[in-house]
Design a protein around this ligand. Sequence first.
Ligand code: SF4
Ligand code: MG
Length: 342
Amino acid sequence: ADVLVEIDDVYKHFPIKQGIIFKHEVARVHAVDGVSLQIRRGETIGIVGESGCGKSTLARCITGLHPITKGRIVFDGQDISRLRGRQLKPFRRDVQMIFQDPYGSLNPRRRVGAIIGDPFDIHGIASGADRKKRVQELMELVGLNPEHYNRFPAEFSGGQRQRIGIARALALKPRLIVCDEPVSALDVSIQAQVINLLKDLQEELGLTYVFIAHDLSVVRYVSDRVAVMYLGKIAEYSEGEDLYEKPRHPYTNALLSAASIADPDAAESRERIVLTGDVPSPIRPPSGCRFHPRCPKAQENCVELVPELTVRDGDPAGHVTACHYPVDSAENLATEHAAIEQ
Ligand code: SF4
Ligand code: MG
C-alpha cells in the first residue's frame, strides 16, 4: 500500500541502427537487464553507478519516456508499461524529471516565465493572468524572485537555473520526481543548496524521489534506500545505512572508495580503491557476473554463473547483494583492492 511504483523485472534493449550484426542478429544494447525495485511513497531511492550503467535509461523507463522491452512498471496500482501515447497523458502529470544540465534543458531564447509555465500550456491548465500568478507562486516556492519572471535563462546562475528546472517540474503537482544527476553540473558550494531545497520540497509537498547519481556520498545524504547498478543490473541494494557501512559487492566497495577520496574523514577509515578501466560495452555484456573483467575477487565460476541478489549472512533482510564471493566486512579492503589497480 505504501508502494508508489513497482518495477518488476524490467528490461530495456535498444537495437543498434548502424546494423552491426553478431551471429546473424542485429546487435542490441542491453541498457537495463532485469531490474526489480519498489519505490515507496514520500521516500527517496538512490540509484548509483558509473556512466553507462543504465541508470538514466531506467529513469526514463520509470517516467514512461522509454517504452520498456519486457517486464512491468506499476504506478499507484496501474500497469503503465502497456500504455502508449494519449493513454499515458494522465500519468505524465504525476511523474516529472529534473535533468543534470539545467542550462541545456532551458531554451535560451525564452523567458523563464514562459519556460516554467510550459506544462500549463501543454495540459491546457491555466492561461493569462492565472497562468502568470501560478508561475510566480512556483518561482517563490523554489526560492526564485517572482519579479524575474521576464528574464532569460542566461541572466540566472547555475544554481538558479536548476531551480527553474525544479519549478517547471513542480508545475503539474507531480507525485514522483526523477532527478537525473541534478547537482553533478553545479559547484560544490551550490550543490548543498539545491539538495536541501529538494529535501524541503519533498517534506512540504509529500513528493517521492528517484535520485540518480554517480556519487555515493550525495546519494547517502539524500536517500532512504539505495541501489547500485552495474551494466544494466542491480549489483547491491540496501535500505538505510547498511550498504555504506558494510558494502558487500566489490563494485560498491570501489565506488565508496572513490567517494572517500573527496572526503578526508572517511579516507582515514577506509583504504582508497581505484577502479580502473571503463564499463564494458552493454552490446555484448560479459558472461556470468558482468563485473568479472574488472573484479579483483573474480574466480572461475564468476565467468559462467550469473549471481542472484540475495541476503548475506549477518546482513539485514533489506540488504541484498549479487556476488558469488561478497566482501566480508572483516576483510582487509587494502589487500582486496590492491588487485584492482594491477
Ligand atoms: Fe566479483 Fe565474482 Fe562477485 Fe562478480 S560474482 S563481483 S566477479 S567476486
Ligand atoms: Mg546519465
